[in-house]
Ligand binder design. Structure first.
Ligand code: ADP
Ligand code: ZN
Length: 731
């Protein structure tokens, strides 16, 4: 029986809180009653905590001790759709509900009364004396009569000082009033003209728009090379959602949230969308959270956590660059935003568009199996063509050991510089050098708390651990043998490559794009925008630049170490390298000038490198799919990673061995457990890490079995367990 939709004062309600408590607790509905899904404040011991009315109370607790809900918060109750999404996402990822609820309430001050600010409108009186400045203020208000301005905005728009406005207020020519800060976002206009679409693009967008108009669930894989117009196409799906009176969410990898992108949306719909990301201020987050719930934010652009916003009527989720690994949250709640987007859409009758130039094998396989519709854009927009791909065989280049730009690549860069075009050198390693070695004793400087080497970041003048983020100053003497002047940087990072480029091309403007060098994401975005407009001749970058940025004058990309990703035993190593190389190569030649991508490699005959060079994507996917099917690994089998971690390595192993022995619940569903083994990075932040891996058939009911299996373990002391469903990384 479904729970009642409303509870009268004194009736028992079950309230789920964000506190780690296992279950919803019973409370009495407050005066005036409360709706199912209402956000409430409840007493918990001596504290007041936030909660959601999750259903009727269980009634299994001494009634005389049941306390009352303190108050109902002024926010739209959580809809059935979102409650059901959180429950199912929790079940899928084996996450406790309170942690799931925390993801959905990541906005501060949800319970506070609306905060106010002063706004300014045209008053009824005329000023005693008209000046130019005053005239401009009144004209601005007349032009934008339906908008409300803050003092600063109005002063800026009218080009006057704030005292001019205050003077008009004194005469009632302008009215000053209090208005809530959480104001609706401007309405978007889907009827503004789109770009004139090519036949391919028009067909794709018509198909997506039709799906959205049907107001039912389906997922479409929108595949097309970089620059083929995927964004133009999915913006038409957004338009269709707006026309149907529904909301749209566009998920982007965090770093791809650029001004450029916001401007494109504003150009298409007349106003900027709500922007949800880690850099948003508390006030912004609160405003978005509330407005989304009221339907007063129609389009949200966001990083993965935007998926947990309380949309009023979500009709479309776009996951741009769907293969991007940053969609997988690797700390706290381990979830994949791409997969959870599909889950949420299936619950609320929305469409999903997964856009990528290089889809994940998971999505490719779902399309092959007919679960997703596949739509292709086969050519780049306009005269731009795909870059020419070539390999530079490093075995023949004879480079000294501390240089990384081959003579062949150097000559190609020279040509671009002569023609006034841009070139990019790509290396997927942050910092200056991955290893600091003592030439006297052979010691390599490692992190005190992790089983990892420290990476020199010369710009910061520090050694940084990429596992835990700990850093320390570069020492003068070797920490092991005390020899001074013997520490040497080994191997290249993006900063070192920048140094080499500056020496090779002293007259060129070299820009190194590394997140270290810019105080904030905003500063980095500004730098990237400047480079796109021609502020640099040579761009040195990491993965950061491979994501969605548009450099119209870039015609050459040189990949310094194309083999890097092929080392290591990760099941997705080939796929990742393939995607990254295609993505990086796609940066070249987006505008009218054709591009070239050159891969420096010591293994030009490696099958992955050959597939990249040949541009034979379909062939690559088929071969990769064949191998994975054979091995029974994702997407053709299921996996879960178990990480036990604690200060005591023996205790972690004991627990791991106990799990391995008590594998009854897993065997019952045909799943098999491997390990325990020390994790590849056996110590992080002082905690020893032990891994187990569970493999099962695709159809096995793995979650229930895992829950039972892990539930047998009593965690002692400071031992922790994390279950990672569909693991993406195996460190
Ligand atoms: P993708 O998302 O596939 O990388 P975009 O949608 O960003 O491709 O398109 C690449 C560039 O080409 C953008 O600057 C875009 O505005 C432009 N473009 C794409 N299609 C059209 C079109 N039909 N008319 C005009 N410009 C277009
Ligand atoms: Zn560390």
């Amino acid at each position: 029986m479904p729970p009642p939709e409303f509870f009268h004062q004194g009736e028992l309600v079950g309230v789920l809180t964000t506190q780690p408590l296992g279950r919803a607790l019973d409370y009495k509905a407050p005066e005036g009653g409360c709706h199912l899904g209402a956000f409430v404040e409840v007493p918990l011991g001596p504290r007041k905590v936030l909660g959601v009315v999750w259903g009727a109370g269980q009634g299994d607790y001494d009634l005389s001790k049941v306390r009352s809900v303190i108050r109902v918060l002024d926010a739209a109750p959580m809809r059935e759709e979102l409650r059901s999404f959180l429950s199912r996402a929790a079940a899928y990822t084996l996450t406790p509900m309170p942690a799931m609820l925390r993801l959905a309430t990541r906005a501060p001050g949800l319970g506070d009364p609306p905060s106010m600010r002063k706004i300014y409108r045209r008053g009824t009186a005329e000023p005693d004396r008209m000046t130019d400045a005053r005239r401009r203020v009144l004209a601005t208000l007349a032009d934008y009569g339906d908008l409300s301005f803050t003092l600063k905005e109005l002063a800026e728009m009218a080009g006057v000082t704030s005292s001019v406005i205050k003077g008009l207020v004194a005469q009632d020519a302008v009215i000053e009033q209090d208005s809530p800060r959480d104001v609706p976002f401007a309405r978007m206009d889907p009827t503004l003209p789109s770009k004139e679409l090519t036949a391919d693009q028009a067909a794709a967008s018509a198909l997506l728009a039709k799906g959205v108009a049907s107001e039912t669930y389906a997922t479409t894989l929108l595949r097309g090379v970089t620059g083929s117009g995927k964004t133009e196409v999915y913006l038409e799906a957004v338009a269709a959602a707006l026309k149907a009176g529904r909301q749209a969410l566009v998920l982007l990898p965090e770093i791809a949230l650029t001004e450029q992108f916001l401007h494109r949306i504003a150009a298409r719909f007349g106003t900027k969308p709500a922007e949800w990301h880690s850099g948003a201020t508390m006030t912004e987050r609160r405003r978005i959270w509330r407005m989304v719930g009221q339907g007063n934010a129609q389009v949200v652009i966001g990083a993965r956590s935007a998926l947990f916003l309380p949309f009023q009527n979500l009709g479309l989720i776009v996951v741009d660059e769907e293969h991007d690994t940053s969609y997988k949250q690797e700390e706290g709640v381990l979830y994949n935003a791409r997969d959870m987007a599909v889950l949420r859409a299936s619950i609320c009758g929305a469409q999903v568009v997964l856009a990528s130039a290089t889809p994940s094998l998971e999505s490719w396989a779902n399309a092959e199996a007919g679960k997703y519709t596949r739509v292709e854009l086969t050519s780049r927009f306009g005269p731009a063509v795909m870059p020419k791909m070539g390999a530079i065989d490093m075995r023949a280049e004879g480079l000294p050991s501390d240089k990384w730009v081959s003579p062949t690549l150097r000559a190609e860069v020279d040509k671009r510089l002569e023609r006034g075009e841009q070139a990019m050198l790509f290396i997927n390693r942050r910092g200056y050098a991955p290893v600091t070695l003592c030439r006297a004793c052979g010691h390599q400087i490692g992190c005190d708390d992790c089983d990892a080497r420290m990476v020199e970041h010369r710009f910061l003048k520090r050694l940084v651990c990429h596992q835990c983020g700990e850093s320390k100053p570069m020492p003068e003497a070797c920490p092991s043998c005390d020899a001074t002047g013997k520490l040497a940087a080994v191997g290249p990072g993006v900063e070192r490559l920048g140094e080499e480029a500056a020496a090779l091309w002293p007259d060129a403007r070299v820009a190194t794009l590394s997140s270290d060098m810019y105080g904030s994401a905003r500063a980095l975005k500004a730098e990237i925008a400047g480079i796109a407009e021609g502020a640099a001749d040579i761009i040195i970058g990491t993965q950061l630049v491979a994501k969605g940025h548009n450099f119209p004058n870039l015609t050459l990309v040189g990949v310094i170490d194309a083999d890097l990703g092929l080392m290591g035993s990760d099941l997705r190593a080939a796929e990742r390298t393939f995607q990254l190389m295609r993505q990086v190569a796609g940066r070249a030649g987006r505008a009218e000038t054709p591009g070239t991508a050159l891969l420096q490699t010591y293994q030009p005959d490696h099958p992955v490198i050959r597939a990249i060079l040949a541009g034979d994507e379909e062939g690559f996917w088929k071969a990769e799919a064949g191998e994975r099917r054979q091995a029974g690994v994702p997407p053709y089998g299921r996996m879960a990673g178990i990480i036990l971690s604690g200060p005591d390595v023996a205790a972690a192993f004991d627990a791991g061995n106990q799990l391995a022995r008590q594998d009854g619940p897993l065997r019952a569903v045909g799943a098999k457990v491997y390990g325990p083994a020390p994790a590849p990075i056996a110590r992080v932040r002082g905690r020893h890490r032990v891994r187990l891996l569970v493999k099962a058939d695709k159809s096995a009911p793995l979650q229930d079995a895992l829950a039972k299996w892990v539930g047998q373990l009593r965690l002692k002391g400071d031992l922790r367990i994390a279950v990672d469903i569909d693991p993406q990384s195996f460190y």
